[in-house]
Design a binder for this molecule. Structure first.
Ligand SMILES: [Zn+2]
Length: 375
């Protein structure tokens, strides 16, 4: 009975799965398949996510490297670009890159975003590089122009100091500086720098500035040395132009065309003459005006202070006149009138020519454009 009440289980658990499979093949096989598929899918997902994460981090690492070199470029390009807006653009791209790098992969940063930021940084960096090249080429053009100006002045001084018994050492230093300047001028020609790298261009611009500074300072030294040798009086100034003013820069005095002054001051002399004639009824008596170097050499007597040495006189600049008709004597109505009225027209009686000056010369009048030392 008991045995009947508790019959043995109809089916005992299989001892081996194979046996169970054999009993219920369809359902068991499907379950196992699903597990494998899920596992494979999970694995695939893990691999995919891992690969994507690795890819994102690699992109970010590339961006970080580009940002580092862009940061260096931003620092080094300060004051070296033609267009400061290119540096501003690079700074903006750097900020954008930092924002991308600060974000978390998948959450804030999507595939391609870092790569795009890297491309933007490269483009902005290229813009800065190009602007640095443009700046260097511009500096070279300016530097060559300025060097040419310094060379022209130096050549003029070199020629004007020939056989003047000045300082021969300074004069040979001037020749050397001129020769160096010519070498640099040739080396920095466009065709010589056609394919030059930025560093070479910046070097060339620096060389041009250095040669110009050297040449200008040597030219100044030569002028000072010549001034000391030729025009020792403090109110005299040696100038390479003195007695060498080109004819086209001189104009004859209309009421006495034997005499010439610098063309740009003729109107002031005419106005002074008009005022003088209105007062005294006669034109100004001109006894001397511009003197060429040969004129001055003919007048110069080393034993007399009256005529300055060649190269020292403001007559050689076309800025001085010697007047008569009463003006040549201190205290006359004509001289006193001149003292009171000539300055309004730009004409002055210099201190050295005053009654108590180094060489009292009532007749000598100079235009206010004369070098300050001589007034
Ligand atoms: Zn004079």
């Amino acid at each position: 009975m008991t045995q009947t009440a508790f019959p043995p289980p109809a089916a005992e658990p299989p001892l081996f799965p194979e046996a169970a499979s054999a009993k219920k093949p369809g359902k068991r096989r499907r379950g196992r398949h699903n597990t494998v598929i899920v596992s494979v899918l999970a694995l695939l997902l893990a691999v995919t996510v891992g690969a994507a994460y690795w890819f994102l981090e690699r992109e970010a690492a590339g961006l970080a490297r580009q940002a580092e070199s862009a940061d260096t470029l931003l620092t080094q390009s300060e004051g070296r670009v033609a267009d400061p807006a290119t540096r501003q653009a690079l700074a903006e791209q750097l900020t954008a890159a930092d924002d991308v790098l600060d974000g978390t992969a998948f959450v804030d940063r999507l595939p391609g975003q870092a790569a795009e930021a890297t491309e933007d940084l490269i483009a902005a960096s290229d813009g800065v590089w190009a602007s640095m090249v443009e700046r260097a080429r511009g500096d070279i053009t300016t530097g060559r122009d300025q060097l040419e100006g310094a060379m022209a002045r130096a050549e003029k001084v070199y020629a004007a100091t020939e056989s003047l018994d000045g300082d021969e050492l300074t004069r040979s230093a001037l020749r050397s500086a001129l020769d160096s300047a010519e070498v640099t001028h040739t080396r920095t020609r466009d065709d010589r720098l056609a394919g030059a790298a930025l560093v070479q261009l910046e070097q060339a611009a620096g060389d041009l500035g250095a040669r110009r500074a050297e040449l200008s300072s040597t030219t100044d030294s030569m002028i000072s040395a010549q001034d000391a040798a030729t025009c020792p009086a403090p109110d005299q100034l040696w100038t390479p132009e003195s007695g060498r003013i080109p004819d086209q820069r001189l104009a004859p005095v209309p009421w006495d065309t034997r005499y010439r002054v610098r063309a740009d001051i003729l109107d002031s002399l005419i106005a002074l003459n008009d005022a003088f004639r209105a007062q005294f009824g006669t034109d100004l008596t001109v006894n001397s005006a511009y003197r060429s170097l040969a004129d001055q050499t003919g007048l110069y007597d080393p034993s007399s202070p009256i005529a300055a040495a060649p190269g020292c006189s403001t007559h050689g600049l076309g800025l001085a006149v010697d007047l008569g008709g009463g003006i040549q004597t201190f205290g006359t109505p004509e001289h006193e009138w001149m003292r009171a009225n000539a300055p309004a027209h730009g004409w002055l009686h210099p201190g050295w020519a005053a009654p108590d000056g180094r060489v009292p010369e009532a007749w000598h009048w100079q235009h206010e454009k004369s070098p300050a030392e001589t007034l």
